[in-house]
Ligand binder design. Structure first.
Ligand code: AKG
Length: 209
C-alpha cells in the first residue's frame, strides 16, 4: 500500500476527526485544530519561549548534533530518553498547558509530557524511528500537533518496508497515532530541498514512571 492522503484540496477539509486508513495501527487527524489566529499566535509564542536546544547523539562512537532543535516539558516524574539523549522535564509553560488541555479533551486521552521539535528549514529532519521506549508503556498514544511550515510525514511498515504512507502535515493539524502503530510502523520527517520555513511539532505522550 502506498498512499498520499493529502493534497491541497484536502487541506481545506472541515475541522472534524478523520480516521486515516492504516493496517495494524490507528491514525486519526483533526484539521484545523485551533482558530487560525490562535494557531498563528501559538506558533510565535512557542518559537520565542520554549527552551530550544540542539542535543547530540552518539552513533558508532561519534558525537553528532541532531538535525533539529528540541525541548522536553512535562510533569516532574516524566523523565524521557532516546538514542542516548536524556531529557529531564521542564515545567509546563502557559501555552503548552493550554494546548495539552485542548488535545486531551479532543482525543479523550491523558498526557503528562511533550517533546517539542523545531525544524528550522528543509535541512532539519527526524529519521526513521518508533516511539516505543519502555516508559511509554504498551501501545503508546502519541498526539502530534504541527504548527508552521507544512512538512511530509512518512510511515513505513516494519515487516513490509514497501508498505508506506505519506501525509503532508499542515499548520494547525493534529495527528493521533494509537493502537499498534508504534509496534508495527516507523515514522520520519525527511529532509526536503523545497524552500520551507520553520515548523514546530509537539508530540504529547504519557510517561509511566
Ligand atoms: O515532527 C513530526 O511530525 C514527528 C516528530 C516525531 O517523530 C517524534 O517526535 O517522535
Amino acid at each position: 500500500m502506498t498512499a498520499s492522503l493529502f493534497d491541497d484540496a484536502l487541506l481545506e477539509a472541515p475541522a472534524d476527526k478523520r480516521d486515516l486508513p492504516i493496517e495494524e495501527g490507528q491514525l486519526a487527524l483533526w484539521y484545523p485544530l485551533f482558530t487560525s489566529s490562535e494557531a498563528d499566535t501559538l506558533f510565535t509564542r512557542l518559537s520565542e519561549t520554549l527552551a530550544w536546544t540542539q542535543d547530540e547523539m552518539k552513533i558508532a562512537g561519534k558525537v553528532i548534533p541532531i538535525p533539529r532543535l528540541q525541548a522536553w516539558y512535562g510533569d516532574d516524574n516524566s523523565h524521557y530518553g532516546y538514542s542516548g539523549i536524556s531529557l529531564p522535564p521542564i515545567n509546563w509553560t502557559e501555552e503548552l498547558r493550554y494546548i495539552k488541555q485542548k488535545i486531551e479533551a479532543i482525543t479523550q486521552q491523558p498526557y503528562n509530557s511533550v517533546l517539542a521539535n523545531y525544524y528550522r528549514d528543509g535541512n532539519d529532519s527526524v529519521s526513521w524511528h518508533q516511539d516505543n521506549e519502555p516508559e511509554l508503556g504498551h501501545n503508546p498514544v502519541i498526539a502530534s500537533l504541527s504548527l508552521g511550515a507544512t512538512r511530509q510525514f512518512q510511515l513505513r511498515h516494519i515487516a513490509r518496508k514497501h508498505s508506506t504512507i505519506k501525509l503532508n502535515l499542515p499548520h494547525n493539524a493534529l495527528l493521533l497515532m494509537s493502537g499498534e502503530t508504534q509496534k508495527n510502523w516507523q515514522h520520519q520527517i525527511p529532509k526536503t530541498k523545497k524552500a520551507v520555513g520553520p515548523r514546530i511539532n509537539l508530540t504529547f505522550r504519557l510517561i509511566y514512571s
